[in-house]
Design a protein around this ligand. Structure first.
Ligand code: NAD
Length: 363
């Protein structure tokens, strides 16, 4: 029997098609009168709708967001928010818009209302990240956790396939790692498994029919649950590998999720028979190998399955670059059920490079 402590998610979560209409009410509940509206450029139409609803309560609109929240951008947004006397921030868009809202809230202590339009999950965590040069400083602060999250699946209907697939696999990886990450407990496991069930059930359908509201809704529920599971636990080996790949080769790191996840699952499988059985069942393949089921899901969802197919700023990733990535991951390896060194990471990366369908390990 494992002892555990559970801190309930402090945010209010609202989920409905058309829920964007209630964003103004959420801000009113928080007593906000001078609102900063942060939005991804691609979420401009949704931002316009919120701006109209807010009327005079809109103090500042900010459409300049960037991946990984550059510190210079965070400083500019903070200064503008201060000057405008903002007492709350609403963000609409992907993890980049939410990340910038968190950077503002970190120093100004104003509450956030988040309206996510991707599946990143940041809206359900108290984790922030700000990048200075090549270094990303991350931390946890309860003040940056959005006080209300408004999920509106209609806002995701036009999310392009090349964002939808990788972003959904990012969420799936958060849910899968939450099954064994530090902080995992029976409640987070139930949330994570339901997340896996929703994402695996909906993603192939969404890729076939991007404007299927029912399937988009199920996928967004899965992403919301993945965010909750992540918020209560921590990212693990999978995310460490994807970040290292992104950093060293400037790959679009979201593209690595569907490639790496099956092989991290394969690596951990011998130490986690119970978790693997539950994962396979949540993937709709009871009794089967969950690593193989994840590859099949990636294929059905038309997302990458081999590292050799991914390109970064400097072209395709070469096999002889994997050593550097393995060393970097092992230098500061995350807590993992199975001890992991550079050789193990290299094994995972080499399997991911060719992208073969994992078979159950024998040891
Ligand atoms: P993102 O916000 O950059 O969005 C990805 C792409 O999707 C962008 O091109 C964006 O313009 C586009 N997009 C967003 N919404 C759209 C819409 N409705 N229609 C069309 N296009 C749309 O990135 P992301 O993948 O959402 O999030 C990744 C970022 O979030 C990373 O910086 C990551 O570190 C961070 N993150 C943080 C946490 C946390 O807990 N702090 C958790 C997960 C992710």
């Amino acid at each position: 029997m494992r002892a555990f402590v559970l801190e309930q998610w402090p945010a209010r979560t609202v989920f409905a098609p058309g829920a964007i209409a209630g964003v103004g009410a959420e801000l009113r509940r928080l007593g906000a009168n001078r609102v900063l509206l942060v939005h991804s450029r691609s979420a401009g139409a949704a931002a316009e709708r919120i701006a109209t609803d807010l009327g005079e309560r809109l103090a500042l609109r900010w459409g300049d967001v960037a991946q990984h929240v550059p510190s210079e951008l965070a400083e500019r947004a903070r200064a503008a928010a201060r000057q405008a006397g903002c007492d709350a921030v609403v963000c609409v868009g992907g993890g980049s818009a939410i990340g910038l809202a968190k950077a503002v809230a970190l120093t100004s202590r104003v509450p956030i209302v988040a309206v996510p339009t991707t599946y990143a999950g940041s809206e359900q965590t108290s984790v922030y990240g700000i990048t200075g040069g090549l270094h990303k400083q991350t931390g946890k602060d309860p003040f940056v956790q959005p006080r209300a999250v408004v999920y509106d699946p209609e806002l995701t209907l036009d999310l392009p396939a090349d964002v939808t697939g990788p972003s959904a696999f990012n969420a799936l990886a958060h849910a899968v790692e939450a099954l064994w990450a530090p902080g995992a407990n029976p409640v987070t496991a139930a949330v994570a498994l339901e997340s896996v069930r929703c994402i695996a059930g909906a993603l192939p359908a969404v890729m076939e029919r991007p404007r299927d509201l029912e399937a988009r809704g199920q996928l967004l529920v899965g992403a919301a649950l993945a965010g909750m599971a992540l918020g209560a636990t921590a990212p693990g080996l999978h995310h460490k590998i994807c970040h290292a790949l992104g950093g060293l080769h400037d790959l679009v790191h979201a593209d690595a999720h569907s490639v790496v996840l099956p092989h991290v699952v394969w690596f951990n499988a011998p130490d986690l028979p119970e978790e693997m059985a539950r994962l396979a069942a949540a993937l709709g393949r009871p009794g089967d190998d969950p690593a193989a089921a994840l590859v099949d899901l990636a294929v059905a969802s038309h997302v990458p399955t081999s590292l050799s197919a991914l390109s970064g700023r400097t072209g395709r990733l070469q096999r002889n670059e994997l050593d550097v990535v393995a060393e970097e991951v092992a230098r500061d390896a995350p807590v993992n059920p199975r001890p992991v060194d550079a050789r193990d990471v290299l094994t995972i990366l080499e399997r991911a490079y060719v992208g073969h369908r994992p078979a159950r390990p024998t040891s």
